[in-house]
Design a protein around this ligand. Structure first.
Ligand SMILES: Cc1cc2nc3c(=O)[nH]c(=O)nc-3n(C[C@H](O)[C@H](O)[C@H](O)COP(=O)(O)OP(=O)(O)OC[C@H]3O[C@@H](n4cnc5c(N)ncnc54)[C@H](O)[C@@H]3O)c2cc1C
Length: 484
């Protein structure tokens, strides 16, 4: 058995692990990046990139269908499912190859293939595919092991009829029908895209959540708009999910009646679990929470008082790419500068669902603000996009946006939205939040005409008035430009 002694061992060469590696390398050349699978990251292989590629194909199909609205005669003859998935994989593989090239550019002595587990506070055993085991004695360890799809145990009986985001992009052709379980980001994105690509799709979820939207005035219009593309029940009464031959039969209640519908596949988008079980965290002596995750400080990523840091999806919070990269930097930098540890300012939350309309959450949501309104009174400003000028011009006039601000200070606190160009609105709002802008100051910013952002200005004006800081906005502000 080989032994390696290094200053820093990083477990996982995903987004967080690679960022940790680069940050740590600024402090030491004695480090090891340990990866169990192929290089390429979840984002590029099975996450952000293939999902957006599928959505791009769905958008193309939808724009042909909608062409008639503009007097353009075009007919969607067919969706060539094999060609759609072929492009998804081709472009995906291109993105993956860039990542693989980057990791393979790291010095060979900095890389180790195999599955790591703790055997002591900072000692690891790494089992290679070839049956070899390497002992790694590290001064500090960064856990960046990511997450994996999770589904109810009895669905495993569905065998190859059960898809997850790990397998759906590998299908040779688009299926005729899919039932999607889960109304989180992944379920909505994949379900919506498959429906627009002509797959008979039904989305069933439990508990009433829709991509984390807590504001009923946004969730309602969001659901209504999404239901134009596919049937969605976010609080479904699902009685059974069974394999029948080569199909999946789902028994559920619809309009008070029990019905059974069969599909080619079930796509489980029922959450992801951090990859920590195989790490034998008990051997590391780390304090764990009730989910079995290391208790850690978000600002330093440090686990309890140990020289162990955790970053990315593995920590069980905010499973999105830019957070994984930020945490990777903090973890790698702190592992490098140990025993000095720096606590870093974290960004306000921002998440986007690339459906149509796009759904986004920025900063504090309505539910969180309501829960603490006793010590932080807040007000809301709303806009519907049904009649918003530029949205109507482009025939994407669906959805709603609500912005929240603090009474007294006028500080902008957050937003929930289901809106056309939601990804861009979310960025404007997130940047305003990072800059600690007041609603006043946001309204001083330029708004070009005619743009979807004018809808945001309407909501901000209403918020300004609700905060008792400005006049009631006129309902049709024609000097702002028609339809603003
Ligand atoms: C379908 C889908 C769509 C998404 N879309 C978006 C999006 O649009 N925008 C966005 O911001 N985020 C998106 N995400 C989330 C984003 O992809 C993740 O937050 C991010 O990739 C997490 O990076 P990570 O470094 O934590 O994990 P990963 O990239 O998964 O890296 C973890 C690595 O650790 C390795 N590993 C695990 N255990 C061990 C072990 N014991 N020993 C050695 N190696 C190990 C794994 O093999 C893996 O390579 C999406 C995710 C999915 C699934």
């Amino acid at each position: 058995m080989a032994t390696r002694s290094v200053d820093i061992a990083i477990i996982g060469a995903g987004t967080a692990g690679m960022r940790a590696y680069r940050a740590a390398r600024g402090h030491t050349d004695s480090l090891l990046l340990i990866e169990d699978g192929p290089y390429g990251t979840t984002c590029a292989r099975v996450g952000c990139m293939p999902s957006k590629l599928l959505i791009a194909a769905a958008d193309a199909a939808e724009s042909v269908r909608k062409a008639g609205t503009f007097g353009i005669r075009a007919r969607l003859d067919a969706v060539d499912g094999a060609a759609v998935l072929d492009r998804v994989r081709r472009e995906r593989d291109r993105f993956v190859s860039f990542v693989v090239d980057t990791v393979e550019g790291f010095p060979a002595e900095h890389r180790l293939s195999g599955r790591a587990r703790f055997t002591g506070p900072t000692t690891l055993a790494v089992a290679g595919d070839d049956g070899t085991e390497t002992t790694v004695e590290a001064g500090r360890v960064v856990i960046a092991t990511g997450s994996r799809p999770h589904w109810p145990a009895d669905w495993t009986a569905l065998g190859d009829r059960l898809l997850t985001s790990d397998s759906v992009f590998e299908l040779p052709d688009l299926p005729d029908s899919v039932v999607v379980f889960g109304a989180g980001v992944i379920g909505l994105e994949l379900g919506h895209a498959l429906a627009l690509l002509g797959v008979r799709t039904r989305l069933l979820s439990l508990g009433g959540d829709l991509a984390g939207l807590s504001d009923p005035e946004v969730r309602g219009p969001a659901l209504a708009a999404l239901r134009e593309a596919l049937p969605i029940d976010i609080d479904a009464d699902i009685r059974a999910v069974e394999r029948t031959g080569d199909r999946v039969a789902v028994r559920f209640v619809e309009n008070g009646k029990e019905v059974t519908e069969t599909f080619d596949y079930a796509l489980a988008a029922t959450g992801r679990r951090p990859n920590v079980e195989a790490l034998d965290l008990a051997a590391a002596g780390l304090a764990l929470d009730d989910q079995g995750l290391p208790i850690h400080d978000r600002l330093s990523t440090r686990c309890s008082e140990a020289p162990v840091f955790i970053a990315g999806d593995a920590d069980g919070t905010r499973p999105i790419l830019h957070e994984a990269a930020d945490e990777g930097f903090i973890a790698g930098d702190n592992a490098g500068r140990w025993p000095e540890v720096r606590r870093r300012r974290r960004k306000h939350p921002m998440s986007v669902v690339f459906s149509e309309p796009q759904i986004a959450l920025v900063g504090d949501g309505f539910g969180a603000l309501c829960a603490r309104q006793d010590h932080q009174p807040f007000a809301c400003g709303a806009v519907s996009f049904d009649d918003q000028g530029r949205s109507r011009v482009m025939a994407v006039n669906r959805g709603a946006l609500r912005v929240y601000g603090a009474h007294g200070t006028g500080l902008f606190l957050g937003a929930e939205l289901a809106a056309p160009a939601g990804e861009h609105l979310a960025h404007l709002l997130a940047w305003a939040l990072e800059n600690r802008m007041t609603v006043d100051r946001m309204l001083e910013m330029p708004f070009y005409h005619p743009v979807i952002e004018e809808g945001l200005r309407t909501a901000l004006r209403r918020l300004h008035h609700a905060l008792e800081m400005g006049p009631r906005p006129v309902e049709r502000c024609l000097d702002c430009g028609p339809g603003a």
